[in-house]
Ligand binder design. Structure first.
Ligand SMILES: Cc1ncc(COP(=O)(O)O)c(C=O)c1O
Length: 458
């Protein structure tokens, strides 16, 4: 997944100036990037990958910007993989964490702490329906694991339906429902899991021009219930927009129809809001709301903590009561520092109208990307909601041959110009945009300028 081995066309790039920024980073005094890379190669997990031909080291961040060790500034167009929701080192979050770090860093769930209860109370006000009970965890993968356990324990059924092209985490439960061979190992981690066809209006069987596409795609879920399971289902899990899979937005009505089928088969509906939650989709606070559904279980991570390791599962009291039949414990599920960060993130989203900003800047970016599509044949599709956007690159619009190498080159060109982007999709053919939600119009203009040039040179 690194850009190694790609022809270097960066030399042809023209300098595009970044929007001004008043923040002055400190002088970096640590080891050089080459040394960090050598140590990482020697002592760190060899399965992790790096972006860019020349790996990037980041040492400081402020709001939508990050700096490398040489003091070069970048616009963070990926938000640390959709994790920095309100801005790098947002002063309100930093202060909340600092204030709680001093009196007590850790307590755990066997004691009371006011932060944790208070945070749950405030988060509950953001949830629709009866989704008012929370489990706090450390990562999205853990949240997936707990959600599957809940669905199985509550229903007494075992089979789970997930989607192809999904990503739900790197632990056993996460990999079982993930639908990409890229991440899966040759071990039996998928017993009872069935993957339905991706409801992808660009690559799938039914396109955006088909008003019934949502219902038609949902028929595959019905077939799995009827022909691949005992007819009784524990649950259905889906991201509300597939993130790692390349920003795949489902056709209207898809989740509504699937939820109906799953509930008729005795199952619970799980929404993975790890990337789509906390206002990022702009029009709504949660991604599932864009499909007019209310899940039974919601998983959250990444943007919930703006970079602090925090995750959560929300469900109803009735479902949670079944899990109370056994002791349930998570060491950090009652961490007062993480809860302080989570509460501060919610306060910033509200105070700074970041959901509204995600909608406004996201719409502006999307219409700019549509214009780029008219200009560059390499762009097969642009899509997304709010500040979760994707640009799928193809070598040929008719065959939709994925333009994987070109996508990696776009990322390299953009980095040379000071813009960090992501890539996704099964073939690494889709550019992903998910900046901190505090970005402004000049940042969006800069992004479009850089993308225009990078795609031209790719
Ligand atoms: C949609 C989704 N769910 C779950 C996860 C797993 O989260 P984590 O890496 O925190 O375990 C991810 C991570 O990228 C994700 O994108």
């Amino acid at each position: 997944m690194s850009g190694e081995g790609l022809p270097d066309k960066v030399g042809a790039a023209r300098e595009i100036s970044m929007p001004a920024c008043g923040f002055q980073p400190s002088a970096y005094e640590g080891p050089p990037a080459e040394e960090v890379l050598a140590v990482r190669r020697q002592f760190l997990n060899p399965g992790i990958f790096l972006y860019y031909k020349k790996p990037l080291m980041l040492v400081e961040g402020r709001m939508q910007y990050v700096w490398d060790e040489a003091g070069r500034r970048y616009l963070d167009g990926l938000g640390g993989i959709v994790t920095v929701s309100v801005g790098h080192c947002h002063p309100h979050v930093i202060e909340a964490v600092r204030r709680q770090n001093e009196p007590l860093q850790h307590s755990t769930t066997i004691y009371l702490h006011p932060n944790v209860s208070e945070y749950a109370r405030i988060l509950a006000s953001k949830m629709p329906g009866d989704l008012k009970v929370f489990y706090f965890l450390n990562s999205g993968s853990e949240a997936t694991d707990l959600a599957l356990l809940m669905a199985r324990a509550y229903t007494g059924n075992f089979d789970i339906i997930a989607l192809r092209n999904a990503y739900h985490g790197g632990n056993a439960a996460g990999l079982s429902v993930t639908g990409h061979s890229t991440w899966k190992f040759n071990v039996p981690h998928s017993f009872g899991v069935h993957h339905a066809v991706t409801p992808d209006p660009y690559r799938g069987r039914y396109g955006c021009d088909d008003k019934e596409a949502g219902k038609k795609f949902a028929m595959d879920v019905r077939e799995l219930v009827d022909f691949a399971s005992p007819g009784r289902i524990a649950g259905f899990i889906a991201e509300s927009i597939q993130g790692v899979g390349g920003c795949v937005v489902f056709p209207d009505g898809y989740l509504g129809e699937v939820y109906r089928l799953i509930r008729a088969a005795g199952g619970l509906c799980i929404a993975d809001e790890v990337q789509t939650g906390f206002g990022r989709v702009g029009s709504h606070f949660w991604g599932f709301q864009t499909q007019s559904v209310t899940p039974d279980i919601v998983t959250m991570a990444k943007g919930i903590g703006n970079g602090v390791p925090l995750a959560a599962v929300a469900t109803t009291r009735e479902i949670a009561n079944v899990l109370a039949e056994r002791i349930h414990f998570n060491t950090f599920g009652g961490n007062p520092v993480a809860a302080a960060a989570g509460k501060a993130v919610l306060e910033v989203i509200e105070k700074e109208n970041l959901q509204e900003n995600a909608l406004r800047i996201g719409d502006y970016l999307l219409s700019g990307l549509e214009k780029l599509k008219l200009k560059h044949a390499l762009i097969g599709d642009v899509r997304g909601k709010g500040l979760l956007l994707g640009i799928e690159l193809v070598r040929d619009r008719a065959t939709k041959e994925p333009a994987r190498e070109e996508c990696a080159r776009v990322l390299d060109h953009a980095r040379e110009n000071g813009l960090l982007l992501g890539k996704g999709g099964f073939w690494g053919q889709t550019i992903r945009i998910a900046p901190p939600m505090c970005i402004g119009r000049p940042d969006a203009e800069f992004m479009l300028d850089v993308l225009n040039q990078a795609i031209e040179l790719a």
